[in-house]
Ligand binder design. Structure first.
Ligand code: ZN
Length: 665
């Protein structure tokens, strides 16, 4: 292929993928399978790299990201203004001076509240019912993210108390420090990029496509303002906060009315110290005139209201030296580089280590051993390295080269495509052994009763087992004497282990703990390939041919079975008599014996998978495209080109009712 041809092919692929994305996300009517999509995307990535045809708008840049065009834009009836802000006391006094001058008197109060470092959102309730949730956007217009907002448990779907017909609420979505750190840790273990701070991750989470995914994120909410139609001018900010709470919205308890700017200063000083004890990030204090009628008098400038200001705390940073960079092996095999620091005081604690997250992060910030760096606690319990001080200095150490072997077991590290983390995939790597065995024994896998975390822990530390295959060699005498393990409980455990040999093939596949192979994929693999022997011999291409298997899963399965240690473990499981073959499924009938079906459109009650399973149960087969060999097309609503093709070829077309009748339901 020459460059001109490549360019043409690239634009063709981009168009196809854009259409496919639109069909998938916006119209919910995919016209190509996930597998085709993945393959097309792969081809495009390859051509873009090979011929250096990069484009920021290419669909390859959107992988894993968000397609924000799916959200509808909403106009805010009253703009969400941002506030003027300051970092110093003098400017705060200047602000107070201006207020005094315009009003011409001192009969005003301030309401001071904590400022949260999250994402501003707007809620609308009509007749007490949540009808809209929107992002702040540019202040004038935002995105309608109602479905995502509804997944945030702090936000009531119905108001309490005595609410007016229309209620507009402003507030801040945020994440608590600990939940954020836990989420990042999981992401690190999963080999995904980590979020820089709770603010980024909150804003990003709110704009995800799939509300189910949003629901998994630990998003919290505080309401801080209330707007009512024909609002009573006597309503103070303090009273508004009370009303919000009466309506059932979460309101941060730390708001105070201050009668002078000096009181405000005192409050700021207090929070500058105490803020680290809060479970969430606050980056300052918002100061607003408490009385509504005075706000009207003060008005707004072209950018900000004159009746409010945000005082921002200085970020807590410290400068120190990196003595060493070490590697930590996670329970899932992820390798995390850690900066070993010269101990330094930061936000009330002594900091000795900072996570460097992954190799990309080290390279991007060009962090080297011996560097002086700025560390910050930005919502992280473990602080992070922000940047290197004076990176151009002479006599700097060589750039950090990431080790090629696991620090715990010395096996070669690998990195999967699309991931940032290096991993150790050795099944006997000590830090990972326990979690692999726990997974193997878990309820959805081999379901070995009595083999919980603490028993696994003892078995491993006593050197009785190294891998899950060793479980089947255990004898009662070996485990009697472990903590809380008397004769009877030891016998029960041995029995449970032996009994697990009856678990079906698909559970065995799941129990192996192959990356990306969850319960559903395990089931599909069992069904598609039938035996362990076959499964072990597959190429990526053969795996991808199964509908639900994408390139990532295929790569992972192949690399699992190529690993010598895994091979040996699987062999031993087979020798112990675990189920390595799929049981024959009961055939419901053979009315569709030898018949080929094509499914199209959405059926009123069956999902496509259910329909396909039924066809198979009755002896038939399904295929994805209509041809002369097709016996029936089972068509639902909004069936597309396949239906046209069937009509053209004169293939009999069934609807769900007719299909049900044929299978006798
Ligand atoms: Zn290892």
């Amino acid at each position: 292929m020459n460059r001109k041809e490549a360019r043409e092919r690239v634009s063709e692929l981009r168009e196809l993928l854009d259409q496919a994305n639109k069909a998938y996300y916006q119209d919910a009517q995919p016209f190509i399978s996930d597998k085709e999509f993945d393959e097309t995307l792969k081809e495009l990535i390859k051509l873009e790299q090979e011929f250096d045809l990069h484009d920021p708008n290419s669909p390859t840049r959107r992988v894993g990201g968000t397609v924000s065009s799916v959200f509808e834009t909403v106009q805010h009836p009253v703009p969400l203004l941002s506030l003027d802000n300051t970092y110093n006391e003098e400017e705060l006094n200047d602000f107070d001076g201006r207020v005094k001058k315009i009003l011409g008197h001192e009969n005003y109060e301030y309401m001071a509240e904590l400022k949260f470092d999250g994402a501003s959102i707007r809620l609308r309730y009509e007749n007490g019912k949540l009808v809209l949730g929107a992002t702040r956007g540019d202040g004038e217009k935002g995105d309608d993210i109602t479905n995502n907002i509804k997944t945030i448990r702090d936000i009531p779907l119905h108001l309490n108390g005595d609410y007016p017909e229309v209620v507009e609420i402003r507030g801040e979505a945020y994440m608590e420090r600990e939940a954020f750190a836990r989420m990042n840790q999981h992401r690190e273990e999963e080999g995904l990029t980590v979020f820089a701070n709770p603010r980024n991750s909150t804003a990003g989470s709110l704009k995800m496509q799939d509300p189910k995914a949003v629901a998994q994120r630990p998003i919290r909410f505080f309401a801080f303002d209330l707007l009512l139609d024909d609002e009573d001018n006597s309503l103070t900010q303090f009273r508004k906060a009370e009303l919000l709470a009466e309506f059932g919205l979460p309101v941060c308890e730390y708001h105070r009315v201050c009668s002078s700017i000096d009181e405000v200063h005192e409050l700021i000083k207090k929070w500058e110290k105490l803020r680290h004890e809060l479970p969430y990030e606050t980056d300052g204090v918002v100061i607003k005139i408490n009385q509504s009628h005075l706000r009207e008098e003060l008005g707004t400038t072209s950018k900000f209201p004159r009746w409010a200001i945000a005082y921002k705390f200085e970020a807590e940073q410290a400068t120190t030296v990196i003595n060493d960079i070490t590697l930590q092996v996670g329970r899932l095999g992820t390798i995390t580089p850690v900066a070993e620091l010269e101990p330094v005081e930061l936000a009330g604690t002594t900091v000795k280590r900072a996570s460097l997250h992954n190799e990309d992060e080290i390279q991007r910030k060009d962090i080297r051993i011996g560097d002086t760096v700025v560390v910050e606690k930005a919502g992280e319990i473990i602080p992070q390295v922000i940047n290197v001080v004076n990176p151009d200095r002479e006599h700097r150490n060589e750039a950090f080269s990431f080790p090629e072997n696991c620090p715990a077991c010395d096996s070669a590290l690998i990195k999967y495509e699309d991931e940032v983390a290096w991993r150790c995939v050795n099944p006997t790597c000590p830090p990972q052994v326990r979690i692999r065995i726990e997974h193997f024994a878990s309820r959805d896998a081999m379901d070995i009763e009595g083999l919980g975390e603490s028993v696994v822990d003892q078995l491993v530390s006593e050197g009785l087992i190294q891998t899950y295959a060793d479980l089947y060699d255990l004898e009662k005498e070996q485990i009697i004497g472990l903590e809380r393990m008397a004769d009877k409980s030891a016998q029960n455990l041995i029995d449970a282990i032996q009994k697990s040999k009856q678990q079906p093939f698909e559970r065995v596949i799941y129990a192996l703990g192959i990356r990306f192979v969850g319960k559903t994929v395990a089931k599909d693999l069992a069904k598609a390939f039938g035996t362990m022997e076959k499964l072990q011999s597959l190429s990526e291409e053969e795996l991808i041919a199964v509908d639900s298997i994408g390139p990532r899963i295929a790569e992972s399965v192949v690399s699992f079975f190529n690993n010598e240690k895994n091979k040996a473990i699987v062999k031993r499981l087979g020798e112990h008599g675990l189920q390595f073959e799929k049981e024959e499924e009961e055939q419901a009938s053979n009315i569709f014996e030898g018949k080929k079906f094509v499914l199209t459109g959405s059926l009123p009650t069956y999902t496509r998978k259910e329909a396909a399973d039924l066809i198979e149960k009755h002896g038939g087969k399904t295929s994805s495209s209509v041809s002369g060999n097709t016996d029936y097309v089972l068509a639902g609503e909004s069936a597309g080109s396949k239906l046209d093709k069937a009509q053209e070829l004169g293939v009999p077309i069934l609807d769900e009712a007719k299909f049900r009748e044929m299978i006798g339901e």
